[in-house]
Design a protein around this ligand. Structure first.
Ligand code: TRP
Ligand code: ZN
Length: 474
């Protein structure tokens, strides 16, 4: 489900040559390698060109005692061009073999690129399955400035593991087309030592124990960006049900969190239900088949992580978090997960919207009005470096800067007061509906806002999203 054109991918290919081997094909035909990236301005190597993934079927074994992951990834994809070779993203780990349509393929590795040369050239528009047999100890990303300096990706916890991979860490635990422009369905078949359990995205379709191993199969059958996939193993206390609004809900909480907060399971369960149903009254129908929470006791080198991520259908939390954080992560189910960024420079479409959802949530709870939240954020002095970030293009290492969140949220509240609640909420609901299970860009959002409000909002968005100064009139 790729939304970017081949032109953009081809441009990147010219910059980063993979040096892929040639597939066998009729003599005299031009080499037809798939591009190593999709042209993301912040992450040129993320994603790949020439195909479109339909489904990831991951058979995994994880042993918390050794931190070792074994994987067989079956990737079903459709070629969008003739392919003599193509790339997958994969960082670290060992690749034992690669097959394409059951035929052994040649492969080589170069940085995060796994370059596959199938025995037979793949025809444009044909569907094929890549099987990658791999394994090793996934590396946590540390020291990168991208996620406010926090370790992220695959975390090895006391009792298992915990995954939060935004924006570029899915390829540290499975091979794929690691960019939100290519969404796919996911199946996770995960085997762990008996006594441990597994929570992941979507719904649990089977669970069986034989001998000293247990296997859990989870399925997310709505399209999902790779970074929103999570598979978390360990000791879990589960609570299942349905929200009053009718959304199936599963919560999993690490029992060590319950030791310090006795009501942790009910707290996550009840807050998630309330926020899921409340946000649906604001943004339109909940976009997925389940909601929930995964709350772990996650540390890195003994230090607590400030870790919450909007993993699809079921956000992850590295400890017990506030109701506002829970509402924030659930608002991403609409803005981020269902409507995903076309590329990463549009990140304010996730974080600004989730911050605005916090404003709504605090208003709903009677804590303060959305305008009071706006006022508090706006009160930062004009001299603050906060106002220097261009929200619509914050740059890679500052893509999660607080301005992307708070100024992004202020932008929506300012728009609301400018055009009125009627058109404003119609814009949000139309955005969620028209791009449901797809992608969106800032330009598309601005065009929609202009269409629904009937106003020329270019100066407004220029001031709020593109000018590195504190807005004074709009
Ligand atoms: N999207 C997260 C939020 O706003 C922040 C985040 C980015 C994150 N990358 C992450 C959290 C990686 C955990 C892991 O809630
Ligand atoms: Zn967020």
């Amino acid at each position: 489900m790729t939304s970017r054109g081949i032109a953009a991918a081809a441009a990147v290919f010219a910059i980063a040559l993979p040096g892929a081997a040639q597939a066998q094909g009729p003599p005299g035909q031009a080499s037809t390698p798939g591009a190593p990236g999709v042209g993301d301005p912040y992450f040129p190597e993320e994603g790949n060109g020439g195909y479109d993934v339909r489904n990831y079927d991951l058979t995994l074994g994880y042993d918390p005692a050794t931190d070792h992951l074994d994987g067989l990834a079956l990737i079903k994809a459709r070629a969008t061009q003739t392919l003599g070779s193509f790339h997958l993203d994969l960082t670290g780990l060992d690749v034992h073999s690669v097959k394409v349509d059951d035929v052994p393929a040649r492969f080589e590795r170069s940085g995060q690129e796994l370059i596959v040369t199938p025995h037979n050239r793949l025809r444009e528009r044909s569907t094929f399955t890549v099987a990658v047999d791999y394994g090793g100890t996934p590396a946590t990303i540390v020291g990168s400035p991208i996620v406010f300096g926090s370790p992220y990706g695959f975390l090895h916890t006391d009792d298992g593991n915990f995954i939060g991979a935004e924006p570029n860490a899915a390829n540290t635990w499975f091979p794929g087309n690691d960019h939100p422009s290519d969404k796919a369905t996911h199946v996770f078949r995960v085997t762990v030592p008996a006594g441990k359990s597994v929570i992941a995205n979507g719904k649990l379709v089977s669970q069986e124990t034989s001998g000293d191993k247990s296997t859990f199969t989870w399925e997310e059958l709505d399209p999902m960006a790779t970074y929103l996939a999570t598979v978390d193993t360990g000791n879990w206390v589960f609570k299942n049900g349905t929200t009053p609004g009718g959304v199936p809900e599963t919560v999993a909480v690490d029992p060590t969190l319950i030791q310090s907060q006795a009501n942790a399971v009910d707290f996550f369960y009840d807050t998630t239900a309330e926020a899921t149903d409340y946000l649906a009254t604001q943004f339109g129908p909940y976009p997925f088949m389940a909601t929930g929470a995964i709350a772990d006791n996650a540390t890195y080198n003994g230090r607590a992580l400030g870790f919450s991520l909007e993993t699809q259908t079921r956000p992850v939390y590295s400890a017990v978090r506030s109701t506002t954080t829970i509402a924030h992560e659930l608002s991403h189910q609409w803005f981020g997960d269902s409507v995903s960024v076309a590329d990463w420079h549009n990140i304010w479409l996730n974080e600004g919207f989730a911050t605005f959802a916090e404003y709504l949530w605090l208003d709903h709870k009677g804590t303060r009005t959305a305008q009071q939240s706006f006022n508090a954020d706006y009160s930062r002095p004009a001299s603050s470096s906060f106002w220097r970030i261009v929200v619509a293009d914050p740059q890679r290492d500052t893509m999660f800067a607080s301005a992307v969140y708070r100024r992004g949220g202020m932008t929506l509240q300012a728009l609301r007061t400018k055009i009125g609640d009627g058109p404003f909420f119609e814009i949000l609901r139309t955005w969620a509906a028209e791009h449901r299970h797809g992608n969106g860009s800032t330009d598309q959002f601005i065009a929609l806002a202009k269409r629904i409000s009937g106003q020329d909002l270019d100066p407004f968005f220029q001031t709020w999203l593109y000018t590195p100064q504190k807005p004074t009139s709009w």
